[in-house]
Structures are given as structure tokens and as C-alpha cells.
Write a protein that binds this ligand. Structure first.
Ligand code: 5AD
Ligand code: SF4
Length: 473
């Protein structure tokens, strides 16, 4: 999914560092004495979903633990996007299963995309889990837990056309207290031929705009200073107010959130090249607190492959969208997702992807080898015919090129001054802080008198390939 994913930070990089992160929170008032442990894998949307699951469980008297050995309930929120994501989760489930032999009452549950995809297999054949809950069924989790406690296997993987969890207040766990995700829509209707998301997460639906603005307002009051609006394809966000019949588009929604407070930064992910409107770009340009950064997955630079992927745009269309971004928001950071070795991709077609990278000069890119996913249109219609070593070589080529581009883009920032939102103390040194500029680049600088959550002007003095290094002025 273009949404997935999962961020500097850009979402997916952040995801990398948070993969498998356990969520911990203090015990609630109406405790039932039971503890749950939860790990999340995959995209930012999955992390956001885990915060909804935690809210449901805490409301039902559970408390959290960061040791799965001590848990009565072990949950794993899973990803199906590529085969290796699933393999990782399976290995982890096997570890959990072994624990269960020592503590027989423990309940193990699989949530998210793999739950939807592999329900029968996980329950019956592999007997790894007791509960399987799909992305639209988290409200039923307390009932399913009860069933499992009674010795039954419990499953709910029904997908919904309405569920947006609009009324559930996510519990922010494991974060920095400054930046948060807000889920604005669920599912995806795009049917890119390589992607499982439309099958695992179901039809696209947009959340009530008022509940999104309210969530942003509450976060600001709690001290948060940045929200990332999440959806698989944010540009197709559309919510109609029953009564006034007013339609809220993504551009309008961004404006509403930007007006919550000028000190609340807005980011969003993921945009789709076929749907990203000039209205969105103009709204970004109009509000200083909407960050000048767009994640615009290209997937391939060749029009024939794009057509086979059912992406709904050509190479030329994509380039024109890039030109438009540069025209309306000259200093906009741009990142992308690229898949190499899609079915039948010829060497010249791969070269067009390389040329596209040279044209855009992305600030960041998430690059993947094509991984055939069961039941997708690509699996049914096309042969996965690019040899593994060719996929790997093409991937390495674009990874190396992106490293060059990233370093070059960072070099260009040396000497410039950026407004940075401080997210915390640098991992490498207590005396250094880190934050991000508008373009989503991480900047590290001496702590001096500054604190987490402050905005500060930082002058960049040097850089590494991944980080800018500067001093507050
Ligand atoms: N194989 C490889 N990469 C994939 N992605 C989605 N499905 C696949 C697949 N089957 C990538 C796309 C998407 C990102 C989140 O994951 O680039 O934008
Ligand atoms: Fe993104 Fe396409 Fe998958 Fe939808 S179908 S989640 S747009 S890659």
C-alpha cells in the first residue's frame, strides 16, 4: 500500500526503528489483574491501530507489561505487505508459543493484516494462536478474549464498510510525547496489482472530520506539537457532513487541522500521484504549520510497468506532478517508494526508474524488490519472472543512487537555517538534541537551554549522509 508504511522521520524509517516495539502504560483504575503485551510490525497505520487496541483493552481493565513472559495476553499486530514481513512475525509467534508451554493459561492473539490473510492457517494448521482479529474488528477483542479464556479459538476478521474507530481515543504509547499519528481513513480502493492492502484492510472509508480535528486539539493540549494524518491514499479523503451536506476534502481537512493552533505542525502520508490536487499544494503553501514535505510513491519510472501495476498515471504525469510541487512549494522535501523487478520489467524499463530518480532527486526513498503476494491481481495475471539476482542487482543500483542523492541534498542544506521542532535527546549524546525541519530531515545540535517540544532556529554546519548537524541561533 502506498500508505504503508510505514519514516527524517519519515514514517517508514521510524517504523524500522520501532519494529517489534512493545507498548507499555500504567494500570487503569478498573483493573482486572490481567496484563497484556503487544508488539507491532509494519506501517505507521499499524502502529496507530495498536494505540486503538490498547485503548480498548485498558478500558476493559487490562494493564500493560513490557515482558511477554509476564503477560496473560500476548498480541502481535502484523503486516502482510511483503513476504519477509510475514516471515518475521511467524518466527516471533513461534517464540511466544514456546512460552505458552511454560504458562499454559496465556492467550496469544494475532491482529492486523496477517490475521485477515492467514486466519485458518494460523489457528488450525499451525496451532500457534488462540485469537485472530482483523483490522476492522478491534472493538470485539474483549469478547474474543473471553471466548478464548473458555478454551475456544476466537476469530473475527470481518471487514467493514463503516468502521473508522472515530470515537475511540487512542492511547499514545511508546512515543516521544511530541509527535503523534492520527488515522483519518481506513482501507484502500486503488487495487494496485502488486498490493495486498485492499484485501487485508478492505474498502476505503473516511473518518468524521470533526473527530479528527478534536483529536488534534486534544493532542495539542497534552503538549504534542506535531500530528501526521494517516491514510493509504490521503488525497481521496472525503467526508460528507450529514445535515449540511458540506463535503470535506483532504485539502479542507488539512486546513481545519492547521487552524487548531499555529504551533501544531501538520504532516501527512501517503499521497497518490493520480489524486494529488493543486488545491492540496496551495493549502500547504498557505499554512506555515503544514510541513513542506510530500511522500509520493512512484513505484516505477516506466509507463508500461505503471499500467501493469494499475497505478493510474504515466511517467509523464508523475513528472508533471513533481514540476507542480516545485512550482507551488519550491523548498518541498519529496520522498518515494520504488519497487524493482516487477513482472516482466526489462532492463531499459528499470533504467527509466533510475532516470526518474535523477529527475526528481528524492530526499528519501523506500526501495523494495517485488514480492509476489497471494491473491493479488499480479499473482493471478502475471508471471513473477524476474530472477532473484536481477531483482537484487537492480535494487542495489537504486539504493546506491539514492544514497548519493540523499548526501547531495544534505550537502545543499549546509549553511542554511531551519525551524526545528525538538523531539528529544540524541541517542548518541545526552548533550545533543534532535528534531526535524519542515522537510522532515533530522537535525542534531547542542542542547544548551532548549527542551523537547520547543521550536528553535538551527543553522546547519555539517552533515552525514543521513543527518544534518548544526547549532541553535
Ligand atoms: N512487493 C514489493 N513491494 C511492495 N509494496 C507494496 N506491495 C509490495 C509488493 N508486493 C511497497 C510499495 C508500497 C510500499 C508501502 O510497499 O512500494 O508503496
Ligand atoms: Fe497503496 Fe496501491 Fe496498496 Fe492502495 S493498493 S495501499 S494505493 S500500494
Amino acid at each position: 500500500m502506498s500508505g504503508q508504511f510505514s519514516g527524517v522521520i519519515d514514517l517508514k524509517k521510524m517504523d524500522e526503528s520501532r519494529q517489534g516495539e512493545a507498548l507499555v502504560k500504567d494500570a487503569p483504575d478498573k483493573a482486572n489483574g490481567k496484563k497484556f503485551y503487544m508488539e507491532s510490525y509494519g506501517c505507521a497505520m499499524n502502529f496507530s491501530d495498536s494505540e486503538i487496541v490498547a485503548s480498548v483493552l485498558l478500558d476493559n481493565g487490562f494493564s500493560t507489561t513490557n515482558e511477554f513472559i509476564n503477560a496473560d495476553l500476548i498480541l502481535i499486530n502484523t503486516c502482510s505487505i511483503r513476504e519477509n514481513a510475514e516471515q518475521r512475525v511467524r518466527a516471533r509467534l513461534q517464540q511466544f508459543s514456546a512460552t505458552k508451554k511454560q504458562r499454559p493459561g496465556t492467550i496469544i492473539g494475532v491482529l492486523g493484516c496477517m490475521a485477515e490473510r492467514l486466519k485458518k492457517k494460523l489457528l488450525d494448521e499451525e496451532k500457534l494462536v488462540d485469537i485472530v482479529v482483523g483490522p476492522d474488528a478491534y472493538r470485539t477483542l474483549p469478547d474474543l478474549i473471553q471466548e478464548a479464556q473458555g478454551g475456544q479459538k476466537a476469530v473475527n476478521v470481518l471487514l467493514s464498510r463503516e468502521e473508522t474507530y472515530a470515537d475511540i481515543n487512542p492511547v499514545r504509547l511508546g512515543g516521544n510525547g511530541i509527535t503523534a499519528f492520527i488515522s483519518i481513513m481506513r482501507g484502500c480502493d486503488n487495487m494496485c496489482t502488486f498490493c495486498v492492502v485492499p484485501f487485508t484492510r478492505g474498502r476505503e472509508r473516511s473518518r468524521d472530520a470533526r473527530s479528527i480535528v478534536e483529536e488534534a486539539r486534544m493532542l495539542f493540549e497534552q503538549g504534542y506539537r506535531e500530528v501526521t494524518l494517516l491514510g493509504q491514499n490521503v488525497d481521496s479523503y472525503k467526508w460528507v457532513h450529514e445535515g449540511t451536506e458540506e463535503t470535506v476534502t483532504f485539502a479542507k481537512l488539512m486546513e481545519m487541522v492547521a487552524q487548531v493552533n499555529t504551533d501544531l505542525r501538520i504532516r501527512f502520508s501517503t499521497s497518490h500521484p493520480k489524486d494529488m490536487t493543486d488545491e492540496v499544494l496551495h493549502t500547504m503553501a498557505k499554512y506555515e504549520n503544514i510541513c513542506n514535505y510530500i511522500h509520493l510513491p512512484v513505484q516505477s519510472g516506466n509507463s508500461r510497468i505503471l499500467e501493469m501495476m494499475n497505478r493510474g498515471y504515466t511517467r509523464e504525469w508523475y513528472m508533471k506532478r513533481i514540476d507542480r510541487i516545485r512550482e507551488i512549494i519550491p523548498d518541498c522535501g519529496i520522498s518515494t517508494d520504488i519497487i524493482t523487478g516487477f513482472c516482466s520489467e526489462a532492463e531499459e524499463e528499470h533504467q527509466e526508474t533510475v532516470d526518474m530518480m535523477k529527475y526528481v532527486q528524492y530526499d528519501f526513498a523506500y526501495m523494495f524488490k517485488y514480492s509476489e503476494r497471494p491473491n493479488t491481481a499480479a499473482e493471478r495475471k502475471y508471471e513473477d519472472d524476474i530472477p532473484e539476482e536481477v531483482k537484487s542487482r537492480r535494487l542495489q543500483e537504486i539504493v546506491d543512487l539514492q544514497r548519493e542523492h540523499g548526501a547531495l541534498q544534505n550537502q545543499k542544506d549546509v549553511g542554511k537555517t531551519f525551524k526545528v521542532l525538538i523531539e528529544g535527546v540524541s541517542k548518541k549524546s545526552e548533550d545533543q538534541l534532535y528534531g526535524r525541519n519542515d522537510q522532515n530531515k533530522v537535525i542534531v545540535f547542542p542542547k544548551e537551554k532548549y527542551n523537547k517540544g520547543d521550536y528553535v532556529q538551527v543553522k546547519v554546519e555539517s552533515c552525514t549522509s543521513g543527518t544534518l548537524i548544526g547549532k541553535a541561533i
